[in-house]
Design a protein around this ligand. Structure first.
Ligand code: GDP
Ligand code: GDP
Length: 436
């Protein structure tokens, strides 16, 4: 289901990151365990009372070497493009500055719901300092203190009242939602256009329905598909769109609602660090993944060129060893028609359930060949295993001592499960639980 998105906007040093970090607390939707993946948090999930929403710290998106006013104008534009509600943050200690007025002008024109928060009001006596901010034209300013955690509840109460009605966009279990992610210029929008033209979109942005206006619908092989957020991909030409942080932000937003994620690489420029960052997010989110090597028409093909590129990918994306790779060209449409069947295949893996008795037969067979490890004289005992969830498939292994189940043994079980049941294209999670 689509969640509302809130962005924090304001000039440097007003406390955006402080507030962002305080609001996300420990509830970061990003699991930080993929080596080599940088995680500057600019996007995370927040839960307030019973409402979940996504939060963006626009301060984290730097458009390099721009004068201050241009920079904050870009940040305000990002917030307007990406968010449903904006928190406009100012510094109560400084009073209104020219930069605040610049931000106010842009936000005012956009007509996006905006809540004004005055930060660094660290104690009750300082509250009088908020009144001058009425002049910015956003109604009642909310006094808060990021460092002391004051006033945030009242602020969020107000923010939530401005959320669009999203309850009715309940997503359909029968539909496969997928997104196309990758760094700038790998060919995401060309690929989306190619798919859409090839597959003859049945319905698109149906008025008056509960569908999200930025999605595109495809019907093929008796299956409905939705490409998430195609509007965002196809929109072009803003200065910040080529920045790394922005492309990460876009990817995170798209991953959030997807069942299947197409991670697009560029055959011409090869693999870059940023490709790994973006793929790492999809993996961490537990989505089914297809690696798409686009622009294959640009490669001087020899008998081994495809194998060589595949080896490179396997070597650099070891955490994606389960993801199928497809080499294609959005330009010539070569092998494009194989894409939808692969998306369907990995989606089936992502939602597959293995009956407990069948699963245990496989695990017991595996244990007969490879006894469980012992740690300090104590042997790991596996009682039984059961699949508790899909999207991604998640298995709970009941054991005598969960600490005895090391990463390498989990990996062994994962490999046996994959050998027996497939699970192409989906991560699988294995959790050890104590049962004596
Ligand atoms: P950003 O540039 O807007 O993201 O601002 P930061 O979050 O990096 O904060 C800038 C500075 O203001 C840091 O030194 C923070 O410790 C400080 N700061 C943030 N919130 C508060 C607050 O509520 N009270 C006080 N006194 N200082 C704060
Ligand atoms: P995006 O930024 O990831 O959405 O990338 P675009 O779809 O805008 O493509 C970037 C550039 O790569 C454009 O000039 C496209 O024409 C070109 N391009 C995209 N796909 C292909 C392809 O399959 N082959 C070739 N040769 N060029 C492509």
């Amino acid at each position: 289901m689509r969640k509302a998105t809130v962005a924090i906007v304001g000039r440097p040093n007003v406390g955006k990151s402080t507030i962002f970090n305080r609001l996300i607390g420990e509830r970061v939707s990003i699991v930080e365990d993929t080596p080599g993946v940088t995680r500057d948090r600019i996007y995370a999930e927040v839960e307030w009372l019973t409402t979940r929403f996504n939060m963006i710290d626009t301060g984290g998106i730097e458009v390099s070497d721009e004068p201050l006013l241009t920079k904050i104008r870009h940040q305000a534009e990002i917030a307007i493009d990406e968010a449903d509600v904006i928190i406009f943050l100012v510094n109560g200690k400084d009073g209104i500055t020219a930069a605040d007025e610049e931000v106010a002008k842009i936000l005012y024109k956009s007509k996006k719901p905006t809540v004004l928060a005055v930060n660094k009001i660290d104690n009750f006596e300082m509250r009088d300092q908020i009144y001058e901010f009425y002049a910015l034209g956003f109604g009642e300013p909310f006094p808060i203190s990021g460092t002391h955690g004051l006033g945030l509840g009242d602020l969020l109460d107000e923010v939530i009242t401005h959320f669009p009605k999203l309850e009715d966009v309940e997503e359909d279990d029968e539909v496969i939602y997928f997104s196309v992610i990758g760094r700038p210029n790998v060919g995401k929008s060309s690929l989306v256009n190619a798919i859409v033209n090839e597959e003859r979109v049945i319905v698109s942005n149906i008025e008056g329905t509960t569908r999200d206006a930025v999605d595109t619908f495809i019907h093929k092989d008796n299956q409905d598909f939705v490409i998430i957020d195609t509007a965002g991909i196809r929109k072009r030409g803003k200065v910040y769109e080529s920045t790394e942080k922005y492309s990460v932000l876009r990817a995170l937003r798209a991953i959030d609602r997807s069942d299947v994620v197409l991670v697009v690489l560029d055959a011409e420029t090869g693999i870059r660090e940023q490709d790994k960052t973006i793929a790492g997010y999809a993996h961490d989110a537990g989505r089914a993944i297809v690696i798409v090597v686009n622009k294959w028409d640009m490669i001087d093909r020899t008998e081994t060129s495809m194998q060589e590129f595949e080896d490179k990918i396997r070597n650099q994306f070891q955490f994606l060893d389960y993801a199928p790779i497809i080499f294609l060209s959005a330009k010539t449409k070569k092998r494009l028609q194989r894409l939808i069947p692969i998306i369907k295949l990995v989606s089936e893996s992502h939602t597959k359930r293995i009956p407990t008795n069948v699963l245990n037969d496989v695990i017991m067979d595996a244990l007969a060949m490879n006894p469980t490890p012992t740690v300090k004289g104590k042997r790991l005992k596996i009682l039984y295993t059961t699949q508790v969830a899909v999207k991604p498939p998640t298995f709970v292994v009941f054991v005598n001592e969960p600490e005895l189940m090391h990463f390498s043994f989990k990996r062994f079980l994962e490999n046996r499960i994959r050998e027996s049941f497939g699970f192409t294209g989906t991560p699988i999670h294995i959790v050890a639980r104590k049962r004596s």
